[in-house]
Design a protein around this ligand. Structure first.
Ligand code: ZN
Ligand code: ZN
Ligand code: ZN
Length: 230
């Protein structure tokens, strides 16, 4: 019975306040994804590219290339299993494409350093650990609600409070309408500060946008925003 092996070989783990089953084989991960639409697989980081390909191929076969499950293959996340740091996109591209990625983008402005070495070794630049957690989650449109829009607002607000900590000024312009925003106020989206009016505008069709593409406002931002509200 597949279910019994499932129970034995998986354990729950919480990442960004979402409970996932932690699997130790790809087959278990496949079963867990079929049942729960999400799952975590512990891997040797250097094997990321191969495992990622296998998982995407399975989901494409099982659910189809037009499925929501397949859509969310593009945003599979990777966390260090040692320090739980989420690897940035440059790190994942380096693992996946190796030297090809460097040839395409010889220098990336503002990128987290260390991605070239990381791409070769798969060793975490923060804690030196070699294993990581591959995180798959399908955000089903019927479970995306108006509350998620409020959560995203609050998430942008929280990001702004963090952003202000590194600033000395007492006010800043809104990047869109140039309205004055005072210390600790405003909303950060994609590293830029916005006023409430402009963020309202951005989120105006939020529900439609998110239901058609759950990563509309950022990769896995829905999960991060759902976490932030708790
Ligand atoms: Zn680490
Ligand atoms: Zn400015
Ligand atoms: Zn504005």
């Amino acid at each position: 019975m597949p279910t019994s092996s499932l129970l034995q070989r998986t354990a729950p783990i919480k990442l960004e306040s979402t409970e996932f089953q932690l699997c130790d084989s790809l087959n278990d991960l496949f079963l867990v994804i079929e049942n729960e639409n999400r799952g975590v697989f512990r891997i040797i980081t250097r094997n990321y590219s191969t495992v990622h390909k296998e998982l995407c191929a399975y989901i494409e076969n099982k659910f189809g290339i037009r499925s929501r499950q397949y859509l969310d293959c593009s945003t599979i996340a990777l966390f260090c299993a040692g320090c739980l740091w989420e690897y940035p996109a440059t790190y994942l591209n380096q693992l996946r494409l190796g030297k090809k990625f460097q040839d395409m983008y010889p220098t990336i402005i503002g990128a987290m350093p260390g991605h070239k070495t990381f791409g070769r070794t798969g060793i975490c630049t923060q804690c030196d650990y070699h294993e990581s957690l591959l995180v798959y989650e399908c955000f089903q449109p019927e479970l995306i609600t108006k509350i998620d829009i409020q959560r995203i607002m609050r998430y942008f607000q929280k990001e702004a409070k963090d952003w202000w900590k590194s600033k000395k000024e007492n006010w800043h312009h809104c990047e869109h309408c140039t309205e004055k925003i005072f210390r600790d106020q405003g909303f950060i989206d994609e590293k830029q500060l916005f006023c409430v009016k402009c963020i309202d505008e951005k989120l105006e069709n939020g529900l439609i946008n998110l239901k058609s593409y759950p990563h509309f406002y950022g990769n896995n931002l829905l999960r991060k925003a759902r976490t932030a509200l708790e």
